[in-house]
Design a protein around this ligand. Structure first.
Ligand SMILES: *[C@@H]1O[C@H](CO)[C@@H](O)[C@H](O)[C@H]1NC(C)=O
Ligand SMILES: *[C@@H]1O[C@H](CO)[C@@H](O)[C@H](O)[C@H]1NC(C)=O
Ligand SMILES: *[C@@H]1O[C@H](CO)[C@@H](O)[C@H](O)[C@H]1NC(C)=O
Ligand SMILES: *[C@@H]1O[C@H](CO)[C@@H](O)[C@H](O)[C@H]1NC(C)=O
Ligand SMILES: *[C@@H]1O[C@H](CO)[C@@H](O)[C@H](O)[C@H]1NC(C)=O
Ligand SMILES: *[C@@H]1O[C@H](CO)[C@@H](O)[C@H](O)[C@H]1NC(C)=O
Ligand SMILES: *[C@@H]1O[C@H](CO)[C@@H](O)[C@H](O)[C@H]1NC(C)=O
Ligand SMILES: *[C@@H]1O[C@H](CO)[C@@H](O)[C@H](O)[C@H]1NC(C)=O
Ligand SMILES: *[C@@H]1O[C@H](CO)[C@@H](O)[C@H](O)[C@H]1NC(C)=O
Ligand SMILES: *[C@@H]1O[C@H](CO)[C@@H](O)[C@H](O)[C@H]1NC(C)=O
Length: 448
């Protein structure tokens, strides 16, 4: 069959579809919709209007299980971007995807067991599912040919991602509705069921992207400054300014998307079964996905590698050192390369000291560290510049560090400083509060 427009074919056929579906689905391969009267049976597929994406049954490499997935229509492989029945595969080719009597989109096996459902509590009896040309599968009320424009959206695959993030998808969270959209890794290349890693948005006051291993952070992007994540050192050079973070202050929600002005550029982020997040771009000449970026790339990228008040520098050996003014908590453990306990302050801050000596101490000050990945758990404070941040911080004894970024403003930290990295490019200036005598020591150090 030649190239043809799915929209036109469907418009032409729609009055007859009821009849045609009784005989053969073959005529309808360019159809993009599943309706109460028109379903797909393994190995049939539907194709988006525009022919960019295809939905149908597939088997992963090295597996005979059957899954309903979405993939790029014109890229051989196939490159799967989404799977419906990731937890409940078919073991034979008896599968069907259809609109159930209650209006949900379901995957059934040959015995009519429901292997997967959109699970909408009050779906329209008259719903239909349409595969849109940017890869989103939408369950909508009614089945008119107007796409989702005039229809109530009941469910969409872009809000239930697998391990792949493509343009116009979103991840993020709304604490008020308890919605939390995460990428979730697969168990392996041959088994798409949910694995141990996830990617999402955390720390909503100053949003950051996290990779979690179970519930433990595994990697952190650093704060969003309305253009980039300041804890990703190569974000200036790699990204095409394609990220957008939408926040609703009232709801307290934050959602991240990405897109390119040139919609024919294909790019995706995938979270693999080992917890590595990578960006791959389609090279149309080479006909392959090319790695553009990945994380964690170095040991230093792993969350909290050097423990509290430790700083990681991939160019140093060993990679971990204590922040200036700090010393290893357990020197023996630390020198053996076990950095988990981190570092402690060498000289007590004036503000936390006891005045038994009766001496009038000198005020604490700040050490400036350049090109840093700032620690986790930033608080936002309302300073206009570094000097104002310093004043605010000095007044509060629990403030132990600060940083200023023009897109964010003042960030301050209390408690343990965790997941700090020294970059060789990018990053921001981080100011660490230390006792006055530690400032002097640096001065002496510089004179030597
Ligand atoms: C299938 O499994 C074999 C053995 O585990 C492996 O060597 C091969 O790379 C796998 N094939 C694909 C396409 O993943
Ligand atoms: C199977 O492996 C090939 C080669 O690695 C890859 O291009 C293709 O996308 C894989 N197929 C599936 C269904 O994952
Ligand atoms: C559908 O909802 C029920 C009840 O909330 C839940 O037990 C079931 O796991 C859900 N199924 C899917 C596929 O999400
Ligand atoms: C289902 O929706 C279509 C389009 O919105 C409409 O033409 C049709 O009458 C509806 N059928 C029922 C039973 O509501
Ligand atoms: C993820 O967590 C599990 C369980 O805590 C652990 O065994 C595994 O090593 C962790 N994986 C990585 C890559 O850190
Ligand atoms: C968009 O990207 C495609 C594929 O790389 C390229 O061929 C085309 O020239 C680009 N269009 C524009 C306007 O840059
Ligand atoms: C590192 O030190 C921590 C804390 O003392 C301890 O729990 C852990 O077992 C040590 N890890 C290794 C690999 O020795
Ligand atoms: C108070 O100061 C004395 C003398 O400098 C010191 O020995 C003691 O440890 C300090 N107490 C605390 C709680 O820091
Ligand atoms: C210790 O004494 C200095 C000077 O008198 C004073 O500024 C400071 O607030 C005192 N600290 C505490 C913890 O009382
Ligand atoms: C001091 O800082 C802590 C931690 O950032 C904060 O919880 C507390 O409200 C601050 N206190 C004052 C008086 O600003």
């Amino acid at each position: 069959m030649g190239i043809r427009s799915g929209r036109n074919v469907r418009a032409l056929l729609s009055p007859f579809i009821f009849f045609i579906s009784f005989f053969s689905f073959q005529f309808c391969t360019a159809i993009d919709t599943i309706t109460p009267t028109q379903y797909i049976r393994d190995p049939e597929t539907i194709i988006s209007d525009g022919e960019k994406f295809k939905l149908g049954f597939y088997s992963p490499n090295n597996s005979t299980n059957r899954y309903v997935g979405i993939w790029y229509n014109k890229i051989t492989g196939p490159t799967i971007i989404w799977v419906a029945n990731r937890e409940n595969p078919l073991t034979d080719s008896s599968g069907v995807m259809k609109i159930a009597d209650d209006g949900n989109l379901v995957v059934l096996d040959g015995q009519q067991n429901i292997l997967w459902s959109t699970n909408v509590s009050n779906p329209s009896k008259n719903s239909s599912a349409i595969l849109l040309n940017f890869g989103n599968l939408v369950l909508q009320e009614g089945n008119s040919g107007d796409g989702i424009n005039n229809q109530r959206v009941l469910w969409q695959s872009f809000e239930h991602p697998l391990d792949t993030f493509i343009p116009k998808m979103k991840i993020g969270t709304n604490p008020k509705t308890n919605e939390n959209i995460l990428l979730r890794s697969s168990k392996s290349d041959s088994n798409p069921s949910t694995g141990g890693f996830s990617v999402g948005i955390g720390s909503l006051n100053i949003p950051q992207v996290f990779i979690w291993n179970g519930s433990r952070p595994y990697w952190r992007s650093g704060p969003w400054n309305n253009q980039i994540f300041i804890g990703v050192s190569d974000m200036y050079s790699v990204y095409l300014n394609g990220f957008n973070l939408f926040r609703d202050a009232q709801e307290g929600s934050a959602y991240l998307t990405f897109s390119f002005v040139n919609e024919s550029l294909l790019s995706k982020f995938i979270l693999n079964s080992q917890g590595t997040l990578s960006q791959k771009d389609w090279d149309d000449e080479m006909k392959e996905w090319v790695l553009a970026w990945l994380t964690p790339e170095k040991e230093c990228d792993i969350y909290g590698k050097c423990g509290p008040f430790g700083s990681c520098n991939a160019l140093d050996s060993p990679i971990c050192s204590c922040l200036r003014g700090f010393k290893p908590k357990f020197i023996e453990e630390w020198s053996k390369g076990n950095w988990t306990s981190g570092c402690v302050r060498r000289t007590q801050l004036l503000c936390e000291g006891n005045n038994t000596s009766g001496e009038v101490g000198k005020e604490d000050g700040f050490l400036k560290l350049k090109m840093m990945k700032v620690p986790d758990y930033a608080n936002w404070i309302s300073g206009e510049d570094v000097a104002e941040c310093e004043n605010l911080c000095l007044r509060n004894c629990s403030c132990v560090a600060l940083a200023y970024d023009s897109g964010i403003g003042c960030m301050s930290w209390s408690g343990n400083l965790i997941d700090i990295q020294k970059f060789s490019m990018g990053g921001v200036d981080l100011y660490i509060r230390v006792a006055n005598s530690e400032l002097g020591m640096i001065f002496v150090f510089l004179l030597i």
